[in-house]
Design a protein around this ligand. Structure first.
Ligand code: BG6
Length: 484
């Protein structure tokens, strides 16, 4: 397929995300013959040359042939609040369109504080920048609002300048290899699809644990917390992919329609059940596995010593539909946990009568584990006969696993998602109604927490969360499987 050329407007070009992820993703696209030019925009003063240095520094050390790549980057200082800045930008972009033969195709990538999204969209429209002979698309980063109401307002402000099908809301988890593999695993393998329901599945466990603390994002994080930062978006997306019905076709809206159906069926929380179903945690001081000291959340820079923000959430969600009725989806995520890992465990039910009763301790449930990061792969835990005379059963694990190193040269999430956006494929971006239903669920939790004044439970940094997280599962006869 021929790749369409495009002019990319990168708002927030000197920011953390751009430096950590976007430039190396663009570099890889460039190596795969994607034709583009980029205008970097931010408040800081830069020349094209100093901007290119900044990009150069954020590329992986082994990246060769940088010169031609870097030459496609231009910098313009931009004050989002001033319409004139946008008008000047228009002339410059028309010039680049000509020079690079970009056919008027434009991507506006807003890697900005969300407070600026609306204004940026307005000025893009009024300046004529978003009126172009080619196609135009808008990529926006989360947070998409802070509750349903604010996300609606935000959405409306974007709709003044872009149509829904031109808006690409990024959830970078949807760009991860193994996240994209969940659908294939489920819908291309009859042995799984046949048992993927409440008759055979006991519970599902989704873990997104991080070892990092709040780092330099204290201001953002302290106002956000783990529920809004991770559950509203990444966790809900993973839950949806595990739970959705097979789409009739793999077309964008067929897939997204199925996802919305799941979100609509997730049982909202209320004041009566919220304490029982969800754990809020916050880390206190602790240690890394290498016994390095870690400070507590309240001692982090720029965090008020009275902060009540949660840095950990564990929850038990129920999906009220035919396939999942009664099957708990346990989820947990947090900062400063023992390990950085994203994985999903599908725990299958026990047999009604196990003939191996005499060594029942050795017969565990079948587990299907989907490793999303840092390793990518799958494992399936089965019971087999131990070799020899004992008659015992032993668990074995069938594994397919790539480690991070082996994947270094493969695509990463941002590269995949940008390539999709250039192709005009929004399947792996969040449609407005997905965002809205997900906010409904999260709002129900926030409201119930407020009404009940639910305090945080403390956990030591470097552990897997507060003990109440283990108790949450124990109450229902389950337990978190250790990260595998
Ligand atoms: C982001 C959150 O969306 O995801 C961060 O804002 C979090 O707080 C990050 O660290 C985790 O992403 P990944 O790809 O490293 O698992």
């Amino acid at each position: 397929t021929t790749k369409e050329p495009v002019l990319i407007f990168l708002f927030g070009a000197t920011g953390d995300l751009a430096r950590r992820k976007l430039y190396s993703a663009l570099y890889r696209l460039y190596k795969k013959d994607q034709d583009f030019a980029v205008i970097g925009l931010a408040r800081r003063a830069h020349t094209d040359a100093t901007f290119r240095d900044l990009i150069n520094d954020s590329l992986p050390s082994e990246a060769g042939q940088r010169k031609h790549f870097l030459e496609r980057f231009y910098y313009r200082r931009l004050d989002i609040t001033r319409p004139e800045s946008f008008v000047q930008l228009k002339n410059f972009s028309d010039e680049l369109d000509e020079r690079y033969q970009l056919h008027g195709n434009r991507i506006f990538y807003l890697s900005l504080a969300p407070a600026h999204f609306g204004l940026a969209a307005k000025h893009l429209k009024e300046s004529g920048l978003a009126t172009t002979p080619g196609w135009k698309r808008l990529i926006i980063e989360k947070p998409f609002g802070h509750d349903l109401q604010s996300s609606k307002e935000l959405n409306e402000s974007l709709l003044h300048a872009f149509n829904e099908n031109e808006i690409y809301r990024i959830d970078h988890y949807l760009g991860k290899e193994m996240v994209q593999n969940i659908e294939v695993l489920r819908f291309a393998n009859p042995i799984f699809e046949a048992v993927w329901n409440r008759r055979y599945i006991s519970n599902v466990q989704i873990t997104l644990s991080e070892t990092l603390g709040v780092g330099e994002r204290a201001n953002y994080y302290d106002q956000t917390g783990a529920l809004l930062d991770m559950v509203q978006n990444h966790i809900m997306q993973l839950l949806t992919l595990v739970a959705m019905e097979p789409p009739t076709r793999l077309e964008t809206d067929d897939v997204r329609y199925e996802k919305v159906k799941v979100l609509k069926a997730v049982r909202p929380m209320n004041e009566n059940n919220v304490v029982e179903q969800i754990v809020r945690g916050q880390y206190t001081r602790g240690m890394t596995p290498e016994r390095k000291k870690l400070r507590g959340y309240l001692d982090e820079e720029n965090i008020s010593s009275a902060s009540d923000t949660e840095t950990f959430v564990a929850a038990r969600f129920l999906i009220d539909n035919y396939r999942w009725s009664g099957v708990p989806f346990y989820v947990r995520t947090g900062k400063r946990m023992a390990e950085k890992s994203t994985q999903i465990v599908i725990q299958f039910k026990k047999l009604p009568k196990n003939p191996y009763f005499h060594n029942v301790n050795h017969v565990g449930p079948n587990l299907l584990v989907i490793y999303i990061s840092p390793d990518e792969g799958l494992s399936l835990k089965l019971n087999v006969k131990e070799t020899g005379e004992t008659g015992n059963t032993i668990p074995i694990s069938m594994k397919f696993r790539n480690n991070e190193l082996a994947m270094e040269n493969m695509q990463d999430a941002y590269e995949r998602l940008m390539a999709d956006c250039i192709k005009g494929d929004s399947t792996n971006f969040t449609r407005w109604d997905e965002v809205a239903y997900s906010w409904e669920i999260v709002d129900s939790i926030v409201d119930s927490w407020k009404k009940r004044r639910v305090p945080v439970d403390y956990y030591e940094a470097g552990t897997m969360g507060p003990t109440s997280s283990d108790e949450l599962l124990e109450k229902y006869g389950h337990r978190w499987w250790p990260l595998m």
